[in-house]
Write a protein that binds this ligand. Structure first.
Ligand code: 5GP
Ligand code: MG
Length: 369
């Protein structure tokens, strides 16, 4: 992954793949051109690298010239094309091949056609290394296409983001989501997970996704997923993981500009942990850490019993019930501890002490991620 200005980009097309596409283009064009000496016209700035590599691969005599057009602002193509340097030589009767780095909306190409309208060239062919079919809005024929790509912003191999990235020999694609801190928060009952989640949420501007809340929200609002989940719950069956994951995905998408997420109550099994990894990967992100608050059983029992006295929660009143819940917690999380430890993502944090002290310990772990 690389960072240019404020944005992150991930590897997308290797130098080798680019080279193969360029070789193929040079061969195809040389075949079609026959014995003519073509004039290759590069569109500056982006195409300097394409042109340079292309003509080295071109097996026969040729001429090279450039025109300079500008259309892009930041990561968006604009309608307004500026002609910065036009044609500087007479191309009457010549075989012309325009070499583009990338064709996106086709606005630049429209300008190229305007430029050649009165030139009386013998033939005008368009070649582009990259082509975004989903973005293309024009009818001009593209005679030679190197690689078709989805409608996402790329950099490298001549293409820039606000001036940077042109010199990179391979191509990177913009990340859907920018860098995120995604935490899986764990703690036995009574460990103070809720209190600490509130703190983490505020300090790091994270979105707290409590699976229980998400379920209640979906069922209460009768969303499609909520109704589906309810049909299983009503039959007394477990809700399939995929439904939960789909609900979480909807939450993640709702907050796609977040700095990250705190997952609370999920995953519970290694299959769920894998599904969560896949979900985050599909958002160009990853789980950064599993943080587990560690509190000695006897302290938990004391805390819960005293909470039971004021809250009146039945399951906080009986020591045997409490101890069973704690045991159950360790039985269930052991597997996840292993799962995240294997990726060096497990962090146990001492959950005994004042709220501020524990908060400090958590901040230290997150600061080091
Ligand atoms: P169009 O006029 O076809 O929308 O866009 C053509 C020009 O926009 C290209 O020559 C290039 O300068 C710029 N462009 C289009 N798509 C991208 C992209 O994904 N990344 C970068 N860096 N520039 C692009
Ligand atoms: Mg260009």
């Amino acid at each position: 992954m690389i960072k240019l200005h404020d944005k992150y980009f991930k590897p997308f097309i290797s130098a080798k793949e680019i080279d193969a596409a360029m070789t193929r283009l040079a061969k195809e064009i040389a075949n079609d051109v026959g014995d003519d000496i073509p004039v290759f016209v590069g569109i500056l700035n982006g195409s300097f690298m394409v042109v340079s590599d292309f003509v080295k691969k071109y097996p026969k005599p040729c001429e090279v010239t450039f025109i300079k057009l500008a259309s892009y602002e930041g990561v968006k193509s604009t309608e307004d094309i500026q002609r910065l340097i036009g044609l500087t030589q007479d191309l009457t009767g010549r075989t012309v091949v325009v070499l583009e780095d990338i064709i996106d909306t086709g606005n630049t190409l429209a300008e190229v056609h305007r430029i050649f309208k009165n030139e009386n060239v013998k033939s005008l062919k368009i070649a582009t290394l990259f082509y975004k079919p989903e973005a293309y809005k024009k009818d001009f024929k593209l005679h030679y296409i190197g690689i078709e790509i989805p409608n996402k912003f790329i950099v490298g191999y001549g293409l820039d983001y606000d001036g940077l990235g042109r010199n990179i020999p391979e191509v990177y694609q913009i990340k859907e989501t920018q860098h995120m801190t995604n935490l899986v928060l764990f703690g036995p009952p009574g460990a103070g997970k809720g209190t600490q989640a509130e703190f983490l949420k505020d300090k790091y501007h994270l979105v707290h996704i409590s699976t229980g809340d998400v379920f209640r929200f979906n069922i209460k609002n009768e969303t499609a997923l909520g109704m589906l989940a309810k049909s299983y719950i009503d039959k007394g069956e477990l809700v399939p993981d995929q439904i939960t994951i789909d609900m979480l995905e909807a939450e993640v998408e709702k907050n796609s500009d977040a700095n990250g997420f705190i997952f609370d109550g999920f995953p519970r099994t290694s299959a769920q942990a894998e599904a969560l990894d896949k979900l985050m990967e599909s958002k160009d992100s990853a789980i950064s850490a599993m943080i587990a608050l560690e509190v000695d059983d006897d302290i938990l029992v004391k805390r819960l019993l005293s909470r039971g006295k004021t809250s009146g929660r039945a399951d906080d009143a009986d020591e045997t019930v409490i101890r069973n819940r704690i045991k159950e917690y360790y039985k269930k999380t052991a597997i996840l501890k292993d799962y995240y430890s294997a990726q060096n993502k497990y962090f146990g944090v001492d959950g005994v002490g004042s709220v501020e002290k524990i908060t400090e310990r958590l901040a230290k772990v997150i600061g080091n991620l």
